[in-house]
Design a protein around this ligand. Sequence first.
Ligand code: ATP
Ligand code: MG
Length: 357
Amino acid sequence: MADLSLGILNGDDIGHEIVPASVEVVKAAAAKTGLEIDWVPMPIGRKAFDDLGHTMPPGMLERLGELDGFILGPIGHRAYPKHANAINPHPILRKHFDLFANVRPTRSYPGIDCLYDNVDLVIVRENNEGFQPDRNVVAGSGEFRPTEDVTISVRVITRAGSSKVAHAALQLAQNRRKKLTVVHKNTVFKLGCGMFVEECHKAAKDYPDVEVDEVIVDTFAMMLVRDPHRFDTVVTTNMFGDILTDEAAGLVGGLGMAPGLCIGRGNIAMAQATHGSAPDIAGRGIANPYAMIESSRMLVDWLGRKHGIDSAVRASKLMSIGIEAALADPKSRTSDINGSGGTADMTRAIVERINAA
Ligand code: ATP
Ligand code: MG
């Protein structure tokens, strides 16, 4: 039996380029360390709709549930046809597997146009509650119009949801520089953000070695641009996290540099880049595969540590070496990060470096 079973879900648009690139890189590293992976490709999104009549073909959740994790390419659901079977898989996947924490690191690499050097922080975004219309647990759609001229948007914060993501962030902080910043706006959202902050402080009692502070979201947005080095691990609610992680990506080269891993309390995890499916550049071989490759590395690393699979942890380290080498060379970097290469050049450079290790 293989050490790990991993799903390959290309998603839409550039997903068809950057997901295969990520699989190639993981395969190269796994071959080096003796990590055996069962790869399970599964159709999802527009291609699944065109081929099989459903963006999430029946039985998919059950089959995914048998795996250790999966790589999910970006989903371009806004371009899906209006059809009952053309649903957005995102919220369903996150909810079904209770992937309540979206771990989104921001790192600067030498040679890439960044606003600052030596940026190394991680924002943990609550993934299943908050202000997102498609994710709310009450009020159905989360938005409604009591009259034609008034819209009410509902934001859901629960003690359980806040506590879970706080614990995930605190555990992460423990393995980093032992500093957690809780980002909120409890000056205005006294009940919602108030509850979130309260649960973060309660959870922090279990991690006495982690220093916890709080910053109001607007102040945080300013501080992040002026002095990103003051932050290590950050935890925040869904929509603040959505906005702040794009801001953080802007510090280090843009959306192509923004990876993510969705985790929960269960054993399954989902690698998912922060950026969207970028239809404007799809099919041209120029998409930056870094975010997807690094998300996949995080998946392998997380599973390796969780299950005590040494060859997986070593494969993840090899991937980091390959990624750093490729990013250091302008010829293998993509054009969004001041390079002259394409998706294939960056992937090849990473694989070559791994093979040479
Ligand atoms: P979503 O709503 O799914 O977050 P979005 O509207 O924010 O999507 P993206 O698809 O993330 O949009 O694209 C925003 C811009 O960033 C586009 O111009 C796109 O080409 C660029 N972009 C996104 N990802 C990459 C990438 N991996 N490499 C290069 N450019 C990218
Ligand atoms: Mg976006």
